[in-house]
Design a protein around this ligand. Structure first.
Ligand code: FAD
Length: 141
């Protein structure tokens, strides 16, 4: 039986010692696994935080999210949104990536109470809207 299409959005803090150079490893691993599982999404990162959306079949999203939660490159993952969805928002990317430089304070302020990127403070709808606004800045597939 086909799985329901779901979307999960979480935010987490980078682990001590995490550096920008580690992003490439995360992305190549994410894209490899997600392509196989037909999971798509978007990841954004600032020096302190990750915000990521995963969308795909329920079992695949749950399994990948559980693995991500065990990853010691970040900490305190907080699920901001988990919902069945009618369509994917980031269907073109096995994992799109938007780096810190695209996180303009104006964009952050549109969806937050302040202009600092602190995604663990976002509600689910605001987190999705922020990621959708950032999608125009994705450079690689
Ligand atoms: P590989 O893909 O073979 O690992 C690739 C490289 O990463 C290797 O050099 C390995 O040493 C290193 N590595 C793997 N796990 C860790 C770790 N826990 N700590 C330090 N280095 C490590 N995975 C997905 O499948 N889909 C995603 O969308 C996804 N998004 C992620 C987002 C974030 C913010 C983070 C931190 C991780 C994400 N991951 C994602 C990675 C996931 O957490 C697992 O690390 C990965 O799925 C494990 O795959 P693998 O065992 O095949 O390792």
């Amino acid at each position: 039986m086909p799985q329901r299409l779901v979307r999960a959005i979480y935010a987490s803090r980078t682990a001590p010692g995490f550096g920008l150079s580690m992003i490439e490893g995360i992305l190549s691993s994410a894209r490899r696994h997600n392509s196989v599982a037909d999971v798509t999404g978007l990841l954004t990162f600032s020096s302190e935080y990750f915000l990521q959306c995963l969308e795909g079949g329920r079992a695949a999203v749950n399994e990948i999210y559980a693995r991500i939660c065990r990853d010691d490159r970040h900490q305190d993952p907080q699920l901001l949104l988990y919902e069945e969805c009618a369509e994917r928002s980031f269907s073109q990317w096995s994992m799109g990536y938007v780096g810190e430089t695209a996180l303009a304070s104006e964009t952050i302020r549109r969806f937050s109470a302040g202009s600092r990127f602190q995604p663990t403070h976002l509600g689910g709808a605001a987190a999705l809207a922020l990621l959708e606004a950032l999608a125009g800045s994705v450079k690689t597939s």
